[in-house]
Design a protein around this ligand. Sequence first.
Ligand SMILES: Nc1ncnc2c1ncn2[C@@H]1O[C@H](COP(=O)(O)OP(=O)(O)OP(=O)(O)O)[C@@H](O)[C@H]1O
Length: 331
Amino acid sequence: MIQIKQLSKIYSKGKNQVTALEDINLTIEQGTIYGIIGLSGAGKSSLIRCINRIEEPTSGEVWINKVDITHLSPGELRKVRKKIGMIFQNFNLLSSKTVFENIAFPLRLNKTPENVVKEKVMALLELVDLKEKAHVYPSQLSGGQKQRVGIARALVSDPDVLLCDEATSALDPKTTKQILSLLKEINQSLGLTIVIITHEMEVIKEVCTDVTILENGRVVEQGKTIDIFSKPGNEITKHFVDQIQHLPTHLHNGTLLSLSFTQGSAGEPVISKLIKELQVDVNILAGKIEWIQEKPIGKLTVEIDRNTVPLSQIIDYFEKNQVRVEVFNYE
Ligand SMILES: Nc1ncnc2c1ncn2[C@@H]1O[C@H](COP(=O)(O)OP(=O)(O)OP(=O)(O)O)[C@@H](O)[C@H]1O
């Protein structure tokens, strides 16, 4: 668990002072994927960098697994930091080292025996699906592959916490989804706590169960992602939610689906056929038309009763009818 208590960060340069963070309080439960979102300059990087003390907080405390890391000696801090992995927007790989050696690097610093290095690095290459790239150099990799190497290197010391500093901001939407799904897989299989900072609500929507919204160095809202999406209580939160789409203010017990109708499916009575054929209750919550390069896409947000028909059957039905389905990740 990570607890941040009354944390402030003031940068001083000569007579100038910039308050980057003011009185931040937040609790990140063990094993969650926690998102911190804000506009440029909101203080996101300062906050994530204070969590492992790459940046020294001006005041306040950061507790990781019941240890106050703001009052540790340099030696003790080094030990704690080994349990905190970090990945970056620009990947921070060593260009003169192969993929294998980049991942092995933290182990080499600790003089880990060669057989252990080999075993750990190969297992991680398998996990991030890059076995065949072990001996190539970063310049020969795509952005998504570079970030996979970054993730493997961050995991090599068996951390409890993974900090992601705008880790998908340099990637295209499809690669972003792949990296986010890898992070989710790692979170589930290793029970790792993941903290993601981002300026994209799409990232929060995709993987974060909890979210804090920062504005001008202060927390303006925090809570479960579902609640923030359902009832954004603040202008800046509304701005981020609108990046995705308007969602209903009241959710019942169903599964929330976003449906995209393109030309092939737009003329068909797909919803009424679904209700008749599968005998499932459908609650229509929101709809709009989005124009993508002068082509219309109908967007419908519906709630489906999750107790009557398996979700996979409903998704199959929509796909057969040329309707793209996205299931909101609100569990
Ligand atoms: N080393 C520094 N010296 C002085 N001011 C700084 C320093 N680092 C950040 N700041 C200031 O602190 C504030 C918060 O910056 P920070 O980088 O934490 O925000 P951010 O939300 O991560 O922004 P971005 O998304 O643009 O990276 C900004 O006003 C920034 O100019």
